[in-house]
Write a protein that binds this ligand. Structure first.
Ligand code: SF4
Length: 701
């Protein structure tokens, strides 16, 4: 239905979870501009989005299928892919096949991957790089609300009279949303930033709490205690809508009994802690935004719940300007959650642990192969590959050889895996180097589908460029392999709209209100209506339903008794601790102008002007301590795994802690990987790695 045209096409930015609308033009000289009609950005774009047109040419693209390094036809590539899967299943069972997906995939692609793997091949081992991004927030939402649902919307970040940002450098990682937060400045509005380092986002802060890394739960447990002791708890709301307050408060009193204890544990001034608590107490319109700084931790789920506990205790959930708010990293991490892209979930926000859910999904797909229990989460999946338990790994639109922690082990695992299949739009990624089968995927501008942003808003990504070389959409590739495997009847899709209608229908199937994720109102979209679909926030229950900007505002939640749960949170500190050999704490994260492993953003020269090389932010005291100099090169060493970067003297770092960017790989610099400095330690509930707390030694290069 989509017509490729040199006229502007309304589509969506493929980078971060803000999900900005883009007006894109194809033709000989592609161009982009912000879409003023899109509710997420109202015409704004950050520098990454504004340079998207620099990344759409065919330089560095994977333009044809390859098997064992040789260019082959699609027929041969699909046949080889299907044969590898068929053989592994026959010889080792369905659990010997694993899929590693990505928040870069469109919802339609993601849906097909899950249906093929979980529904027909019968393997539960489907996980995604979103595991590294926000899986802790998912687990926290489920514990508190009974569903993985963000209660608020972007407007709440503007309406809040107190905006608390935890582990979020939104100025660099959610730039357009940050612009909205900044533009909302007004008399009486306050911003508190909680982050162990001073960042560009700190400019917005009336109060910055540079807490000791990993002590967020102490700070929020202390807040719960302080609220309880200062008449700050909404007892009526708790009585009517919540369980678990008494146990949560009792645990909080043990973990964070008073201001002095909180200040000491978090390494903060007592007066600053009290100021934060007082502002929170006084301000009904409070939003707490939390992001990777909270999620990427051995206690990531607990951090989310400690934050949500305080919102539940004050009745500040799903109300205008009052909610906890998880800031999602990737463009379609949320869409992946909708279709079951995480190893511990089934499609349409259903769960393995519920036999009714499993039966429902199996019934809808007409399959008797839906696994009984969850699959391996990302880090465990690569451990299993390393052990030899997985015989076929299919990686789509992501680069685990750079992004997963302990990259030496990940690369060994990829080397050992008998068959590695990589679908990607780029030819020369670090992971592609390990591929036995390379499948060229359509790039941004060439594919059609939907994505869901951090505020549950579903937007269309539309095609405005011809497919490069022999590239094909991911859904087409997987549906073709499914047909090769003999599942053709269940994968007879002609276009993304067919898949979206099925995805929407599954969300409504047997759903009498038990599941908040429901797109029942979108099941009847014809192709034209799908093509014209306007951005809309789920749930969408009927054809004339305009979606929901907020959830749970009426106090009804998704646990079977309809109530929310406060969770008792004990203090769990980072597992990887500095010692004599590795005395520095390593914090890893993004920079403003690059995206993930730079396979696309490095194509735009302007995006390299902001930071052109890997760097290490070091506190001035540590320059002297480790004998490194500002602007000199230095080496961070984690048990022999090294990262070389340009030292930047950074007053905003706490002494004893350094920050390094995650983006550069061997491919660009040969200077080592940030992920080599972090360990495979994960949150026991979410499986999210502790990427904010590695350790290393530092010396001049
Ligand atoms: Fe794209 Fe995010 Fe920038 Fe918006 S803020 S233009 S979605 S990278």
């Amino acid at each position: 239905m989509t017509v490729i045209t040199t006229d502007s096409c309304r589509t969506t930015c493929p980078y971060c979870g803000v999900g900005c609308g883009v007006l894109a033009k194809g033709g000989d000289t592609p161009s982009v501009a912000g879409d003023q009609t899109h509710p997420a950005n109202l015409g704004r774009l950050c520098v990454k989005g504004a340079n998207l047109h620099e990344t759409t040419d065919s330089r560095d693209r994977l333009l044809a299928p390859k098997v064992a390094g040789r260019q082959v036809s699609w027929t041969d590539a699909l046949g080889a892919t299907a044969e590898a899967i068929r053989r592994a299943v026959a010889e080792h069972g369905p659990g010997s096949v694993a899929f590693y997906l990505s928040g870069q995939l469109l919802t339609e692609d993601y849906y097909i991957a899950n249906k093929l793997a979980k529904g027909f091949i019968g393997t539960p081992h489907v996980d995604t790089n979103s595991r590294l991004c926000m899986s802790s927030a998912v687990a926290a939402h489920k514990r508190a609300f009974g569903a993985d649902a963000v209660p608020g919307c972007y407007e709440d970040l503007e309406l809040a009279d107190l905006l608390v940002l935890v582990g979020s450098n939104a100025a660099w990682n959610h730039p357009v949303l940050y612009q909205r937060m900044k533009a909302a400045a007004r008399d009486g509005r306050r911003v508190v930033v909680i982050d162990p380092r001073r960042t560009a986002t700190s400019e917005l802060a009336d109060l910055h709490l540079l807490l000791r890394p990993g002590t967020d739960t102490v700070l929020f447990n202390g807040l719960l205690v302080w609220l309880a002791d200062h008449h700050g708890v909404d007892q009526d709301y708790l009585d009517r809508h919540c369980d678990g307050f008494d146990a949560a408060l009792a645990a909080a009193r043990v973990a964070a009994p008073d201001l002095a204890s909180v200040a000491s544990q978090c390494d903060l001034a007592e007066a600053d802690v009290e100021t934060f608590y007082r502002w929170y107490l006084e301000t009904p319109r409070t939003v707490t935004g939390f992001s990777q700084g909270a999620n990427q931790s051995v206690a990531g789920t607990d951090k989310g719940n400690a934050i949500i506990n305080c919102h539940l205790a004050t009745g500040r959930v799903g109300r205008p300007g009052a909610s906890p708010f998880s800031l999602t990293g990737q463009p379609n991490a949320m869409g992946g959650r909708e279709v079951g892209g995480l190893a511990n979930t089934l499609a349409a926000h259903m769960d393995y642990h519920n036999p009714d859910d499993r039966a429902l999904v199996a019934d809808f797909w007409g399959s008797d192969r839906v696994p009984d229990g969850p699959g391996l989460k990302a880090v465990d999946m690569f451990n299993a590959i390393h052990r030899g338990d997985i015989k076929v790994l299919w990686v789509m639109a992501t680069n685990p050889a750079v992004s997963l922690p302990d990259t030496a082990l990940v690369r060994e695992a990829l080397q050992r895996c008998p068959t590695v299949i990589v679908s990607d739009c780029m030819a020369d990624t670090d992971t592609a180097a390990f591929a036995d089968i390379l499948l060229p995927a359509a790039g941004w501008g060439e594919k059609d589908g939907t994505v869901t942003n951090s505020e549950r808003r579903i937007s269309r990504q539309r095609r405005f460029l011809p497919l490069a070389g022999e590239a094909r959409p991911d859904w087409w590739i997987m549906a073709s392999v499914a047909r090769e495997l003999g599942y053709g009847d269940a994968f007879a899709y002609q276009r993304p709209a067919d898949i979206f209608r099925e995805h929407a229908a599954l969300s409504a199937f047997g759903n009498e209100g038990q599941r908040v994720f429901n797109l029942g109102g979108l099941t009847q979209l014809d192709d034209q209506a799908y093509d014209a679909l306007q951005p809309i926030q789920w749930p969408v229950l009927s054809r004339d339903d305009g979606g929901r900007s907020r959830l749970f505002g009426d106090g009804g939640f998704c646990h079977p008794n309809g109530r929310a749960r406060l969770i008792a949170i004990d203090t769990v500190l980072p597992v990887t601790r500095p010692d004599e050999k590795q005395p520095l704490v390593v914090n890893t994260g993004r920079i403003r102008d690059q995206w993930h492993t730079m396979t696309r953003t490095a194509k735009a020269a302007r995006l390299l002007q902001h930071r052109s090389e890997p760097f290490i932010d070091v506190h001035p005291q540590d320059l002297l301590r480790f004998g490194v100099r500002d602007q000199g090169l230095a080496v961070l060493d984690n048990q022999g795994q090294q990262f070389v970067g340009r030292v930047r003297s950074a007053e905003g770092q706490r002494p004893g802690e350094v920050f390094v960017p995650i983006h550069w790989s061997q491919r660009f610099t040969g200077a080592g990987l940030a992920s080599a400095l972090t360990s495979r330690v994960t949150d026991p509930l979410s499986g999210q790695p502790e990427s904010k707390h590695g350790t290393a030694s530092l010396r001049p290069f």
